[in-house]
Design a protein around this ligand. Structure first.
Ligand SMILES: *Cc1c(COP(=O)(O)O)cnc(C)c1O
Length: 425
């Protein structure tokens, strides 16, 4: 099944002669991805075209500045890919302005803050342990130190975002910016409501759609545009592109955003990654991508239904998007133990704090499961039901070695039947 191209991308040919140690690790990773059921909600399989663009000669080019306004000569071809990336990204999300240079999601958030805030300014963001992200004001992140963050979360009963609390905090603290967007939240976000709160408090609204960008692009989740003044994202999660970030904004904030990325917080852009972003946005503009996005959500519905029918407790009662958060407390096991038991049979997911989790972040009471990667791999509802049954078997037979061996063999057999996008096709 492997073609020469695929081996080149996995580094198994030329690299194997030049640097066998690195080549061997890459080969190991290739096989791990091949024979795992990847349920990490933030991971995906980028296409061969995305991987090729990213591994090419544009790696070698310095291009500080923006298309047509560079500080280096020889930029005619990198200008082409960056213009394509910007134009496709604007079209995909209906944005007035797009900056595609941020090296990562965290870097995009940092630059977005730099564009509209001064150190010490007041900001409202979702708490990390309630489903938010580190860069939304956690004290271990630059964000929680550079700015005066107040944190909102979910309602204890419904475990859905507490918009009344957001409103209360916004009117009380008068933040300059309200940040919304999550890493472990399974319900749809109400962007019009968030914008109304921001307007009422005289704040700007920033939506970090890192997790859901692919669903937004494919029409499977409401878009934060035009409600948000600033939208940040990663490109590697549901959007299925290279690892990287982007910032969308109104025309009014365009200059501030661009100068906050370069020269304020970054040097030379990763032109090979920007080339791959252009490919990714081009893919996301096609009708197949909308089908993929709808299938990610449909698969996640099946996963949620199977797990809850088997008696597992899902945070917020289920899902509207690409992920489910399982509360393992009733099973008497921790997120850490569940993660390692599943990994041992080839099912890769991550432990995750649940709202109001009494356990520390390295242990947790939750398990986060997502369907983007398995959907890209072609899993349909039948395979998802099988995956759900395996998860239930492992979590309800944590010390039963024969059950684990049986599941491991079945995982190996199923994954062996599904080609890996980017590697095989
Ligand atoms: C993943 C994520 C990020 C960070 O992205 P990186 O590319 O890992 O830096 C930022 N915000 C949210 C909501 C995320 O889920």
């Amino acid at each position: 099944m492997q073609t020469r191209q695929a081996r080149d991308i996995s580094g198994a040919s030329l690299l194997a002669q030049q640097d066998p140690e690195v080549a061997q690790a890459i080969q190991g990773e290739d096989e791990r991805q091949r024979y795992s059921v990847v349920l990490i909600a933030s991971e995906n399989y980028a296409s061969r075209a995305v991987l090729q663009a990213q591994s090419g000669v544009m790696n070698n080019k310095y291009a500080e500045g923006y298309p047509g306004r560079r500080y280096y000569g020889g930029c005619q071809y990198v200008d082409v890919v960056e213009r394509l990336a910007i134009q496709r990204c604007q079209q995909l999300f209906g944005a007035e302005h797009a900056n595609v240079q941020a090296h990562s999601g965290a870097g995009a958030n940092m630059a977005a803050y730099f564009a509209v805030l001064k150190p010490g300014d007041t900001v409202l963001g979702m708490a990390l342990d309630q489903g938010g992200h580190l860069t939304h004001g956690a004290t271990v992140s630059f964000s929680g130190n550079l700015y005066k963050f107040f944190q909102y979360g979910v309602d204890r009963q419904t475990e859905t975002l507490d918009y009344d609390q957001v409103e209360r905090l916004a009117l009380e603290h008068k933040p300059k910016l309200i940040v919304a967007g999550c890493s472990a939240y399974s319900r749809i976000l109400d962007f019009p409501r968030l914008r109304a709160i921001a307007d009422q408090a005289g704040a700007l609204l920033m939506v970090d759609m890192a997790h859901i960008a692919g669903l937004v692009a494919g029409g499977a989740h409401p878009s934060p545009l035009p409600h948000a003044h600033l939208v940040t994202s990663t490109t590697q999660k549901t959007l299925r592109g290279p690892r990287g970030g982007l910032i969308l904004s109104t025309e009014e904030l365009a200059r501030k955003v661009d100068s906050a990325v370069f020269p304020y917080s970054q040097g030379g852009p990763f032109m090979h990654v920007i080339a791959a972003k252009a490919v990714c946005f081009g893919e996301a503009l096609r009708p197949e991508f909308a089908r993929y996005a709808a299938q990610v959500v449909a698969n996640c519905q099946v996963l949620a239904r199977e797990l809850s029918e088997a008696g597992l407790r899902l945070v917020a009662g289920g899902t509207d998007n690409h992920l489910v958060l399982v509360d393992l407390t009733p099973l008497g096991i921790t997120g850490r133990d569940a993660e390692s038991a599943l990994e041992a049979v080839g099912i890769v997911a991550n432990k995750n704090a649940i709202p109001f989790d009494p356990k520390p972040p390295r242990v947790t009471s939750g398990l986060r499961l997502g369907t983007p990667a398995i959907t890209s791999r072609g899993f349909g509802e039948g395979e998802v039901r099988q995956v759900a049954r395996w998860i239930v078997q492992i979590l309800t037979h944590m010390k039963d070695a024969p059950v684990h061996q049986q599941v491991a063999a079945e995982v190996r057999a199923l994954t062996g039947r599904f080609p890996v996008p980017g590697l095989d096709s």
